[in-house]
Design a binder for this molecule. Structure first.
Ligand code: MSP
Length: 697
């Protein structure tokens, strides 16, 4: 490598319709670890992240939240940024697609594509998936999106098209010639099969909503959100800028070395993006690397499933390094992997508190005690044993293997390899018993003690340097304790055995990973519960469980089902139920129309339903409400078989704060009548077909 060679790495830019969770944190911290390693190796590294803020999905989410897209985007983008700052993510830039620099660049790219003859105007009539922001030509009206299974909308509009069909052969040739362009191999095969099946021209503008970047010369159209979003990788480093310094920056860093993405957005990155760049005659990124999903309770962690864990919870209790180490060590990169608090704490205690923490504190404490805090001289001749050489050779192998594995994105194996040295070294200390050697008299014993502790200390230094990109905080502390100063100034490309300065003074020795006791898991679970916003009063009125028609169904609290009594409240509560607290009566127990209008009811479609384990009356539903799929826990099991509900339209109160039931987050209520002694629920339904997402008023 030439010293100072550039390395440019990007995360996907995150949609601002959902708050950040550890799924987002995962992509970002993987990139952070790679960026930190490249910096240590001497690369001029540029690490980009940011937020994707345009499109119908965001516009609708903002409307649903009762605010403007601008304010909504500011708020959620701010949350991503401050989370990444808290996580000590070493990004060099955080781009927002609502920034003027980005708009300029996108319009410039559009003009280039147009000037080269790859854009034309046509009319599209067909299905559109708002969730994926994707035209789905292959399906008919009313059919679900083949990508995500959500309902599509029929649209007919005049659009600009990109001549994607002209790029199938060029792309295939490119994939063939550049086998490491798409990684891992399985994803490359997937993409090649997709392109081989033929490419159709791509609609790259929309005119039915406003929240986006205007098409140059035709501002009633806005640029397709994926063309807008993908361009961020260029616009952030100066593409389209009139400023000469920015132009130089673009020359310096483009093309990106790595676009890191989740597996669900491969097509956009591996087909559309390279085709746009080929058309604009711009260099292609060197590699697109796809990772798997983080699962929680066996499902992809996502807002709509309500099974997210926030990074802040782990950071608050165990610190940044614990989260980073766990995700990189536990998950086989490229595959899906499960997150659980138990596994996190177990991994933390065994690998960090016990293995590395122990090696560091016992070695450094003994150097303090027996050598007055100075790195001892290992005797080159006397008092050497074979076991010392075994540790040295082990360390040399680990350096070579770790480098190779890490650079092939096999983070888990790389860490496992490094930890074999930690384990071997802890065993070496147990076998060599330096504490007993210290009690024996004579120069030779002193030399032996020096050799043992030097050997352990040198192995510790090597693991610390290798692990720094993954454990930046703890390794920085250990490096200081080793008396080596600022670890970020170390040249990792030069790492070898024997660099520990003999006689060097240790810094203050302190434990780095305090052990986590059992209560830590409970604390994190509790924090997650408390962090989910509380349900408003209307949900929490504690009406007796047996009362039918007043907000409880068959013993379940109000949050699961809204009996029609609630929907009828504008005309006065049926069956004499008290008015819910959140909608105070105007007079005589009645509420005003304004109060009623606060309740947002929408038509949803049940996509999935199952019984909740251990709860006879509860079903867990996944309900599509047009803008997203919500998880709702509903007390309707006594009336409905889960399988029979799939595909059924229901009415959902969409603006309720989520709450947990039997450990599951319920995001909204299903409206149902409730009658009889046991409060048998009957779902509200329509005689006519009503599109998903329609509002009730
Ligand atoms: N805005 C688009 C990307 C545009 S890039 C030009 C987008 N945004 S997203 O917020 O929905 O997802 C961004 C990334 O977050 C995913 O590609 C993935 O890397 C990460 N993840 C979101 N949920 C995740 C998990 N549950 N698990 C792992 N990664 C996840 O797609």
């Amino acid at each position: 490598m030439d010293k100072g060679q550039k390395f440019y790495i990007t995360t996907p830019i995150y949609y601002v319709n959902a708050r950040p969770h550890i799924g987002h944190a995962y992509t970002t911290l993987v990139c952070d670890a790679i960026a930190r390693r490249k910096r240590l190796l001497g690369y001029d590294t540029f690490f980009l992240t940011g937020t994707d803020e345009h499109g119908q999905k965001i516009e609708r989410s903002a409307t649903a939240a009762g605010t403007t897209p601008e304010k909504f985007a500011d708020e959620v983008s701010g949350e991503f940024r401050s989370l990444f700052e808290r996580m000590n993510i070493s990004f060099n830039d955080f781009i927002r697609t609502t920034e003027p620099r980005h708009k300029e660049g996108v319009q410039e790219l559009w003009k280039r594509l147009e000037a080269k003859g790859f854009i034309y105007k046509g009319t599209y009539t067909g299905q559109y998936c708002v969730f994926d922001e994707l035209y789905v030509d292959a399906v008919g009206p009313g059919a679900p999106c083949p990508e995500c299974g959500r309902p599509t909308e029929t649209v007919s509009e005049e659009n600009y098209y990109f001549k994607l069909s002209e790029f199938a052969d060029k792309l295939l040739q490119y994939y063939q010639k550049n086998p490491s362009f798409i990684r891992p191999e399985s994803r490359r095969n997937e993409v090649m099969a997709f392109v081989k099946s033929g490419l159709r021209d791509l609609s790259i503008s929309r005119s039915t909503f406003k929240w986006g970047i205007p098409v140059p010369g035709d501002p009633k159209h806005i640029v397709y959100v994926w063309l807008d979003a993908l361009s961020n990788y260029c616009t952030a480093v100066g593409f389209g800028s009139k400023n000469p310094d920015e132009q130089k920056r673009f020359e310096r860093y483009w093309p990106a070395d790595v676009h890191m993405i989740g597996k669900e957005i491969i097509r956009f990155h591996c087909v559309y993006w390279p085709a746009f760049l080929m058309a604009a005659e711009m260099p292609l990124p060197k590699a697109i690397v796809a990772h798997g999903w983080l699962l929680f309770e066996d499902n992809k962690m996502s807002k709509s499933r309500g099974n997210i864990v926030r990074a802040e919870t782990v950071i608050d209790v165990l610190g940044n390094d614990a989260l980073r180490y766990f995700l990189l060590r536990e998950i086989v990169f490229g595959q899906d992997g499960s997150f659980s608090f138990d596994a996190l704490v177990q991994r933390y205690n065994s690998d960090l508190a016990n293995d590395l923490g122990n090696l560091s504190s016992r070695t450094l404490t003994m150097i303090n005690r027996y050598f007055n805090g100075s790195i001892p001289y290992p005797s080159p001749l006397v008092a050497k044993k074979e076991s010392d050489g075994v540790i040295r050779d082990h360390a040399l192998n680990v350096i070579a293997e770790f480098n190779q594995l890490f650079d092939e994105y096999q983070f888990s194996k790389a860490l496992e390899t490094a930890w074999t040295l930690v384990g071997a070294c802890n065993k070496y200390l147990v076998d060599e018993e330096p504490w007993l050697v210290a009690e024996q008299e004579g120069e030779e014993k002193k030399s032996r003690l020096a050799t043992i502790l030097y050997t352990a200390c040198e192995a510790l230094r090597i693991v610390t340097a290798l692990a720094h990109p993954v454990l930046p905080d703890a390794t920085a502390k250990i490096w200081h304790q080793l008396g080596l100063g600022d670890i970020t100034r170390f040249d990792l490309s030069d790492l070898k055995w024997g660099q520990l300065p003999l006689g060097g003074k240790l810094g203050k020795v302190e434990p780095v990973f305090p052990r986590a006791d059992k209560s830590v898991v409970e604390r994190m679970q509790q924090m997650e519960q408390e962090r989910s916003p509380k349900a408003p009063d209307v949900q929490q009125s504690s009406a007796p469980a047996t009362q039918a028609g007043n907000g409880t169904v068959a013993g379940q609290p109000v949050a699961q089902v809204v009996p029609q009594a609630v929907t009828q409240a504008a005309a006065g509560p049926a069956s004499g139920a008290p008015a819910p607290k959140a909608t105070p009566a105007a007079t005589d127990g009645k509420i005003t129309i304004d109060d009623f209008m606060k309740v947002e009811m929408r038509v949803g479609e049940v996509k999935f339903a199952e019984k909740v384990k251990g709860a006879d009356k509860l079903l867990r539903l996944e309900v599509d409400i047009g803008t997203e799929v919500r998880q709702v826990v509903a007390g309707i099991a006594i009336s409905y078989e889960p399988e029979k509900l799939i595909g059924r339209k229901v009415v959902i109160v969409a603006n309720l704060a989520p709450r947990k039931l039997r450990g599951l987050e319920s995001n909204g209520m299903i409206v149902a009548a409730s009658f009889g002694e046991d409060g048998k629920p009957v779902l509200a339904s329509f005689l006519e077909d009503v599109p998903v997402g329609s509002k009730l008023k």
